[in-house]
Design a protein around this ligand. Sequence first.
Ligand code: F6R
Length: 306
Amino acid sequence: ASLELGPYRHFMQKEIHEQPKAIRDTLSGRISDDNSRVVLGEVGMTAEQVKAISKIAIVACGTASHAGLVGKYLIEKLARIPVEWDVASEYRYKDPMVDQQTLCIVISQSGETADTLAALHEARRRGAKILAVTNVVGSSIARAADWVVYTWAGPEIAVASTKAYTTQLVAMSLLAIWLGQQNGNLDAGLAHELIADLRNLSAQASSVIEHQEEAIHEAAEKLAHSEDVFFIGRNLDYAVALEGQLKLKEISYIHAEGYAAGEMKHGPIALIDDNVPVIVLAPSGPLFEKTVSNMQEVRARGGKIV
Ligand code: F6R
C-alpha cells in the first residue's frame, strides 16, 4: 500500500489530488474539438427518443445522490425536461410515477449499491428506460442498465468519495448538455460556452489543489474543534453544500448541516452563535448578492463565516 500511496498520507488525500486527471478522463472523447458538441455515443437514444422523454427520475444514495441533485438543476435548466430526484432507499416505497416516457438515471460509483439497484429495478418494472452513471465497468448496475456513461475516475479506495463525486458532476454536466442538444432546447452559444468551461475544468482543479491547499488547511484547523458546522449555498451550490456536510460528518465526526441559504432564516438560524462556523458557498454569478445577504443574516447572529 505504501508504494501505491506515493507521497500521500492516505488514499483520500491521494484521490483528491487525482481529480484533475480523473476529470480529464471523464471528458476524454466526449466533447468535440471545436467545443460545439457533447458526444455520448454510448447513449443509444435518437434525438426523437430524447424529445419524447416526458420526465427524468434521478435516483442514487449518499454522495452520488448529491451529484444527482446537481444533475437535476442542470438538466432542468439546459434541456428543460422535468426531473424528479430521490434518494434510492426511499424510491421503492413511494409508488413512483413512472411510465415508458420516463428516463431513469441512476448514479453509483461502485455500481453495486443495493438500494440503487432496487430502485433501478422498480423503475424498469414500471416501464422506464435506465441510464446508469457509474465508475465500475461490468458492475451490477452497469449490467442492469440500458445505457452506461462511465465516469472513468479510476479505482476509489478511500471510503469517502472524492474524485468519484467530481467526475459524477462532470458526467451529469455532459449529460445535461447532451440532452439539451438532442431535444433542441439548449442554445448553441450557451452550449459552446459550457463546453469550453468543461475543457478548462481539469486545469482549474489543478490550480485549486496547487494554490489553495494551504488556505484550505488553515480553514480546516480553525474548524477542527467545532461541534456543529453549517454549509449554505443556493441552486447548484445548495447541492454542493449537502455534499460538504456529508463529507464533514463522515471524515471528521463533526455534526454538520447543509441548507439552502435562503432557508436559514426560516428556523435553523436559531442555532447560529459564535461557536457555529458557517461555510458559505458564494461563487460569482447571478446569485452572489443574494447569498451574501444570507451570509449577513448569519453574521448578525455571531456566526463565524468561512
Ligand atoms: C460518501 C460515500 C457514500 C456513497 C454511497 C453510494 O463519501 O461514499 O455516501 O456515495 O454509499 O455509493 P455508490 O456511489 O457506490 O452507489
